[in-house]
Design a protein around this ligand. Structure first.
Ligand SMILES: [Zn+2]
Length: 466
């Protein structure tokens, strides 16, 4: 689905020649091939998300945040590979003022337009070459409002910031290639006042006091989509442990501690269940971040360490944990395919309830099937045909989306169903995949023609007639 790599309107050859001249080099004939990378990857909902002409390998983020005054001083180093001869390229950025941009150690020209940070290095970047971008920026990072009215990005709290990025909030706090198909590794070095904690993804490398501040270093070694990064800051109590070979860091705002203890204690048992059904847990670290940020109104599956805006219940913990397989390791190829995240995580939530002696997935399905057709928020839009970004996280994507998977399980049986799920998580680990690839895999594993089942559950408007 990621196709439309649209070129910029202005003449690329002129720009490449001009920048070479400015750098003091003779304009080479070959410069005519150098062109700016596309300013978006053509997502149907977020056409400017992501950028063309390069892929990021690694982000090294240094953040210094003072909650009083909400000021961020930051430096992002981005290691990338050019996939075309580039005269200029974009990063997605919605953050505070840029102080400088360097490419391969040399000052680069830059400009901002909408969510694009347009960078023109002093020499072209040949296809296949590796390059390093260093962006320095400072000021007050902001939250943004999504098409569905939800808030995301750098969301201030009473003691710090709740930092979430689905689907387009990460550029509020670091310049990035903000699309699920460009995964990279991450290093975080976050400096905060010493009374606070700073929690990011992956492994906790170091926490040390430095004068009146403390420095927190985290490292995410598995490929991660930018929307799954976090650098959440506030007062947290940390519990570090190990289970099943995993490093666990659970960080909880003291105000939410009592209510979250029970549900969070189930993470090891949930992990074992999901591993038995879906295949190995995809990462080396696990845990949770439970903040006190009631205005946010949702939890998010930030990679290795889901974030909750308040003490979560067990279903929510199961949901966000399941996303580590469905969403984080296997990510959508484009945003309209969100069913692959939310339908799957909701079904896993049902499956956890069944496992601990509650309602079975079959009963959950029957229960929802009794909901009348006129309660249309459960039925429309169809989860495989989300019409616009305001409906990305509609109830129907979750509930009817989970029913679609349960209908599949009942049709093809447990053996073929779980074989499909395991092949899915293994075959696309740390990558991206589409709904079409999932339905083809289910047909291959079951040996059945499932066109009408998927059309009924994923595509047709209104309550499915079954
Ligand atoms: Zn979810």
């Amino acid at each position: 689905m990621v196709t439309g790599r649209r070129a910029r309107a202005w003449p690329a050859a002129l720009l490449a020649a001009a920048s070479l001249t400015a750098a003091g080099a003779a304009p080479a004939l070959a410069s005519a091939q150098f062109a700016p990378g596309a300013d978006g990857l053509g997502d149907p909902f977020f056409p400017h998300a992501g950028n063309g002409g390069y892929e990021v390998a690694h982000y090294d983020l240094r953040l210094d945040y003072r909650p009083d005054g909400a000021r961020l001083e930051a430096r992002a180093r981005i290691d990338a590979n050019a996939t075309q001869d580039l005269s200029a390229f974009d990063l997605d950025y919605r953050g505070p003022r840029i102080r400088s941009v360097r490419v391969d150690g040399r000052r680069a020209a830059y400009g901002r337009t909408g969510q694009e940070l347009v960078i023109t290095p002093d020499a072209g970047l040949p296809a296949g070459s590796r390059f390093e971008v260093v962006v320095r920026y400072s000021g007050r990072p902001r939250q943004i409002v999504d098409p569905d009215g939800g808030i995301e990005g750098w969301v201030r709290t009473d003691d710090g910031a709740f930092v979430v990025g689905e689907p387009q909030g990460s550029p509020t706090w670091f310049p990035c290639n903000d699309y699920p198909t460009d995964k990279a590794t991450y290093a975080f070095r976050i400096t905060v006042p010493r009374r606070l904690e700073a929690i990011a993804n992956g492994s906790l490398i170091e926490r040390r006091r430095r004068g009146r501040t403390s420095v927190w270093r985290w490292r995410e070694r598995s490929p991660m989509a930018s929307y799954l990064a976090t650098a959440t800051i506030g007062q947290f109590r940390l519990e570090r442990s190990r289970f099943g070979g995993l490093e666990s860091v659970v960080a909880v705002d003291p105000r939410e501690r009592k209510a979250s203890r029970g549900p969070l204690s189930k993470i090891p048992a949930m992990t074992r269940l999901f591993e038995s059904l879906f295949g190995p847990y995809p990462f080396d670290e696990t845990g949770a971040i439970v903040d006190h940020a009631p205005k946010v109104g949702y939890a998010l599956e930030t990679q290795t360490r889901p974030i909750y805006d308040r003490a979560p219940g067990q279903p929510t913990v199961a949901h966000e944990l399941a996303h580590q397989w469905f969403g984080d390791s296997v990510s959508v190829a484009s945003w309209p395919e969100i069913w692959l995240n939310e339908g799957f995580a909701t079904w896993a939530e049902w499956r956890w309830a069944e496992h601990r002696g509650g309602r079975s997935t079959a009963r959950a399905f029957r229960h929802m099937l009794a909901v009348p057709a006129d309660q249309d928020r459960y039925w429309d839009p169809p989860p495989g045909a989300v019409p616009d970004p305001s409906k990305l996280f509609a109830d129907s994507v979750y509930v009817r989306g989970a029913m679609a998977l349960e209908a599949l399980r009942q049709r093809i049986g447990d053996d073929a169903f779980y074989a499909t799920m395991r092949d899915w998580t293994q075959g696309h680990a740390y990558g991206n995949a589409s709904i079409e690839q999932f339905t083809a895999l289910a047909e291959a594993r079951s040996g059945q023609d499932l066109d009408s089942l998927f059309a009924t559950w994923l595509d047709q408007p209104g309550k499915p007639a079954v």
